[in-house]
Design a protein around this ligand. Structure first.
Ligand SMILES: Nc1ncnc2c1ncn2[C@@H]1O[C@H](COP(=O)(O)OP(=O)(O)OP(=O)(O)O)[C@@H](O)[C@H]1O
Ligand SMILES: [Mg+2]
Length: 246
């Protein structure tokens, strides 16, 4: 179980403080699939990075399976079974796809067949990619899918995927959605998926809408999707304000 207790995050901007996340509390039960969605800049990635330990909250507490992990490093959290796939994954010059999957799995004898299984789940063929370096020669969609494969190889208890759909073609996206469904059905991992895709939102046990650094709505996909659609057609507050941009 993951528990966030009054999490806030602020950065200094000149003389003043800019609040990015404001007093977020939530609990995610084991083996649930939860989707974070909401407008660009709402705070989803920051929240995911706080869970992974890439960003330190200004205040609040994070507990994982009852243990306070707020001051733990990324490595310590990874050892406790938490993993995060970046919205824009880093590249690793000099490291092959095979090596990356081997490191992620923690099994130095990871076979080609096993690598192939992970890559197939994200719509890639092992023969074409195993010996490629995870460098700038890979396309945006390829590097994104390889990173997702490395998270699957890690077999973590808590997997956080940040916009896994970004830059991924429709065929691979369908394959990936199936993979998320399978992991969820197996009931072995908790998943937080940050997504703007209706197809992924509809897989969720719970949808959490993050906007302006706070939780705006939460509920089932059936409850939340109509609210999101209503919000998105509400119009831009600057443009709709009387006399704006005249
Ligand atoms: N270190 C920082 N300094 C200043 N502003 C920051 C910092 N980190 C995040 N922000 C701002 O906080 C807000 C939330 O960013 P975040 O990346 O969490 O949004 P998001 O919900 O993931 O958006 P998107 O859907 O575009 O990925 C943004 O306005 C961003 O510019
Ligand atoms: Mg983001």
């Amino acid at each position: 179980m993951l528990e966030l207790d009054h999490i806030s995050y602020a950065v200094r901007e000149g003389e003043s403080e800019l609040g990015i996340l404001n007093d977020i509390s939530l609990t995610i039960d084991a083996h649930k699939l939860v989707v974070f969605t909401g407008p660009n800049g709402g705070g989803k990635t920051t929240l995911a990075k706080i869970i992974m330990g890439l960003v330190k909250p200004t205040s609040g507490q994070i507990r994982w399976n009852g243990q306070d992990i707020t001051s733990m490093s990324i490595t310590e959290r990874a050892r406790l079974g938490i993993s995060y796939g970046f919205q824009q994954p880093p590249r690793f010059k000099g490291i092959t796809v095979r090596r990356l999957l081997t490191i992620a799995s923690g099994n130095e004898r990871l076979s080609k067949d096993q690598c192939c299984q992970y890559l197939t789940k994200v719509g890639l063929c092992a023969n074409d990619y195993l010996d490629r370096e995870v460098d700038v020669s890979l396309s945006g969609g390829e590097v994104k899918r390889i990173e997702i494969a490395s998270i699957l190889a890690r077999n973590s208890q808590l997997m956080i995927f940040d916009e896994p759909e970004a830059g991924i073609d429709l065929w691979s996206f369908a394959r990936l959605t199936e993979t998320f469904e399978q992991i969820h059905a197996a009931g072995t991992a908790t998943m937080i998926i940050i997504s703007h895709q209706e197809r992924i939102i509809s897989l969720a046990d719970e949808v959490i809408v993050v906007g302006d650094g706070a939780i705006r709505h939460r509920g089932t996909a059936a409850e939340i999707l109509p609210k999101i659609l209503a919000d998105t057609t509400a119009g831009c507050p600057v443009l709709t304000k009387e006399g704006a941009l005249k």
